[in-house]
Each structure stands twice: as C-alpha cells, then as structure tokens.
Design a protein. Structure first.
Length: 162
C-alpha cells in the first residue's frame, strides 16, 4: 500500500474535515492500537504545519507511557499529576496551552516547544486510553479550531481501536 495524502484545501475547519477523512481511511479495518497510533502520528506530522512533536502517550493503568510519535525522543513516563498531558488525562478535557512557560508543571521534553494541544483519548466505557499530544515551536500555535479538529481525530482513533 502506498499512501498519498491529498493536499488540504479551504479554510482550517474544512482542512480538519479532510484530515479526519484521511485518518479514518488510514485506520479502516485495523484495530491495532499501536499501528493506528503510529500511522496517525505520521499523518498529522506531515499534514499540519509548525509542529516539533506529535504523538501518543498511552495509559498503562498508572501513568502515561510514550507511544508512537514523530519528533525528538521524549520523556518516557508522565504521571497524571504532571504536565499538560497529565492535565488532559486527569480532566479528560482537551488542553490548549498558548505558552508552555506559563503553564505550571509543564514538562519540557523538547526545549523548542512553545505551545501545545493535548487531546484525551477515552473509551466509550470511560476507560482512559491515553492522550494525543501536539507541540509547536511557535507561541499560540493552537486554537479552538485545532482543539475541535484534533478531538474529532482522537475520537476516530478511539473508535478504530475498540
Ligand atoms: N508536553 C508534555 C510533555 C511531553 S512532550 O512535550 C513530548 C507535557 O508537559 O505534558
């Protein structure tokens, strides 16, 4: 199989609709959690501009453990009471952090990170599966359009792996 991501067109909301379609196509018929996380990280990394890290932390029942990602090697384990990832996992709310230096407890895996968007990944029965974490070297890279778009993509991953 070779994957050709069609270039995204239209405004950013429309682009996220197209990206969601591409994500669904990529995961179609595959339930393996790591395989889908790996391909989804690669898809997002190539489709979205201005990222320095993009990937998954998977919940092992105690803490978040780094999963498939694109970018520099990262912190391996994140307790739920630490970092933006921990906050997303704990509150089960998407976290958009415009300036990581202003976020108490931010974990600087890559000193280039300036802003982040972290989406919680929660199964239908309420089980925490992990988080989808995107980091940018630019301040305020992520807004509400990204949060909604990435939440929908995170939901598609959860649906695929269940
Ligand atoms: N952004 C995270 C840590 C993980 S890395 O950035 C890859 C946080 O503060 O939760």
């Amino acid at each position: 199989m070779s994957f050709h991501a069609a270039p995204l067109t239209g405004n950013r909301t429309e682009q996220y609709v197209q990206l969601l379609d591409q994500a669904r196509a990529l995961m179609h018929g595959e339930r393996d959690l790591v395989a889908n996380a790996a391909n989804l990280s690669a898809l997002l990394w190539h489709a979205l501009p201005d990222l320095n890290w993009c990937g998954f932390y998977l919940f092992d029942g105690t803490e978040l453990v780094v999963g498939p990602f694109q970018g520099l090697p990262a912190c391996i384990r994140i307790p739920l009471d630490k970092g933006v990832c921990g906050a997303a996992a704990r509150t089960r709310q998407v976290q958009v952090v415009r300036d990581v230096n202003a976020f108490e407890g931010h974990i600087a895996c890559d000193s280039a990170s300036r802003s982040e968007c972290v989406v919680p990944l929660v199964a239908k029965d309420g089980t925490l599966l992990g988080v989808l974490d995107l980091d940018s070297p630019h301040l305020a890279r992520f807004d509400d359009i990204d949060a909604r778009g990435l939440e929908a993509i995170g939901r598609a991953w959860v649906e695929a792996v269940q």
